[in-house]
Design a protein around this ligand. Structure first.
Ligand SMILES: Cc1cc2nc3c(=O)[nH]c(=O)nc-3n(C[C@H](O)[C@H](O)[C@H](O)COP(=O)(O)OP(=O)(O)OC[C@H]3O[C@@H](n4cnc5c(N)ncnc54)[C@H](O)[C@@H]3O)c2cc1C
Length: 388
């Protein structure tokens, strides 16, 4: 007799585990998670720095964060385990009037989407929120005290263990290498090097590799990898544990304290190989020079080069997640493209995807149209007036 599963989830990162948990919690039986890695956390989830924020500039991301935050607040009771949510705040810094204007515009979106505690702050308030910063040159910013930190691997483990308690199976070292499809386009079996698994539905939660998994089913899913590097100081107490995540709106430089070290991040152009996740030593020099200018207390704190790491964001063209199926393969449901917000949004995305798969529509969020997988085709298609 061949192998079979009701639903196969491809990818056992935080999003795949959340999807599996939410499917099982809704009563779906026979859920199987396949991951090519040797164990949990080998993908981007294990590389995330653990930021959580509602301070986005698009309503859909704000609403995803609010939904996820409510789930994280109930995590221990509902899922089990400690998600590590710690509201240390997110402090956005503007160095020009134009940057401040865009932070203000984002604040208006956040307020419109239901955020109550995010506020605009002036340079004097910023100096009290983060006394370590070089205040000269700061034009203002925004601050949300309930933003803060989460523990990515603890969230992954919480969902994985809770899913397993509800009967979900996780198979590691099980790479999905193809799909067998029926004449209508739907998938009837998942192919791995160990054999075929007959199934009624597949969830693509393969993170930065989701585009390749979709391609195996003949689907063009615009998810591309983007390298993100993290510079790590030696253990130090020069910055307080309670320091908010501090981000510069102009160039995206940000820093936080984690487990007695300081983590420094600065967006950079990608590597020649888009899946390359090596750390560029020249990038470390650049981010350290910037950090020392903006945070003088770091001037004498060495970088622990061996502890620096990099990983991959899973970018979609508009920076929003892609949730649901495309008509060509109606039983291949994508939960991908969260574009670097995948850990913080995993609770919400898992719940919404389970609703889409089981009920045919997501009900936990008022409007998920900004997450529809076919939105890129619609955006690329000329408007009716241009076709005349
Ligand atoms: C440096 C860095 C910092 C970040 N910081 C944050 C942050 O502060 N907050 C936040 O919310 N997010 C952050 N992110 C983003 C976050 O890590 C991702 O959005 C999130 O982990 C995506 O989860 P995932 O489950 O989709 O992907 P992954 O964790 O990558 O899981 C995908 C899994 O799919 C498996 N897979 C791939 N192809 C196949 C196949 N063919 N067959 C079987 N299995 C397959 C992989 O082995 C992997 O385990 C950060 C990312 C990086 C790199």
């Amino acid at each position: 007799m061949g192998l079979a599963a009701g639903v196969v989830v491809v990818g056992g990162g935080v999003i795949g585990a959340s999807v599996a948990y939410h499917l099982a919690a809704r009563g779906a039986d026979d859920v199987l998670v396949l991951d090519r890695a040797r164990g949990p956390g080998a993908g981007s989830t294990g590389r995330a720095t653990g930021g959580f924020r509602v301070q986005f500039s698009t309503a859909v991301n704000v609403r995803l964060s609010l939904l996820a935050r409510a789930q994280l607040e109930r995590f221990a009771a509902e899922v089990g385990g400690d998600c590590g949510y710690r509201p240390a705040g997110y402090l956005w810094i503007a160095e020009t009037d134009a940057q401040l204007a865009s932070l203000r515009a984002a604040l208006a979106v956040q307020r419109g989407a239901g955020v109550e505690d995010a506020v605009e702050v002036d340079a004097r308030t910023i100096a009290t929120l983060n006394p370590a910063l070089q205040i000269a040159g700061i034009a203002g910013g925004t601050y949300c005290p309930s933003d803060g930190f989460i523990r990515p691997l603890q969230i992954l483990d919480g969902y994985r263990l809770a899913a397993q308690r509800r009967g979900v199976r996780f198979d590691w070292e099980a790479e999905v290498v193809g799909f067998r499809r029926a004449s209508g386009g739907e998938i009837v079996a998942v192919q791995t090097p160990h054999g075929e698994i007959a199934t009624g539905a597949v969830v693509n939660a393969a993170g930065a590799w989701a585009g390749g998994v979709a391609q195996l089913a003949g689907v063009d899913l615009p998810v591309t990898p983007l390298r993100r590097q993290v510079a790590v100081t030696v253990p130090t107490a020069v910055l307080p544990v309670a320091m908010p995540m501090t981000l510069y709106a102009g160039d995206g430089f940000h820093l936080r304290e984690r487990d007695g070290r300081v983590l420094l991040l600065l967006p950079a152009s990608g590597a020649a190989d888009p899946f390359d996740d090596a750390v560029d030593p020249a990038w470390i020099d650049a981010v350290v020079a910037l950090a020392r200018r903006r945070v003088p207390a770091l001037a004498a704190v060495p970088i622990d080069r061996a502890a620096c790491w990099a990983g991959l964001y899973e970018m979609s063209p508009d920076g929003n997640a892609i949730l649901g199926a495309l008509p060509a393969v109606p039983n291949l449901f994508h939960a991908a493209g969260a574009s670097g917000h995948g850990v913080m949004h995993a609770p919400a995305l898992g719940r919404l995807l389970a609703e889409i798969l089981l009920d045919g529509a997501a009900s936990s969020l008022a409007d998920v149209s900004a997450l529809r997988p076919d939105r890129f085709d619609a955006a690329r298609a000329p408007a009716q007036i241009d076709r005349l």
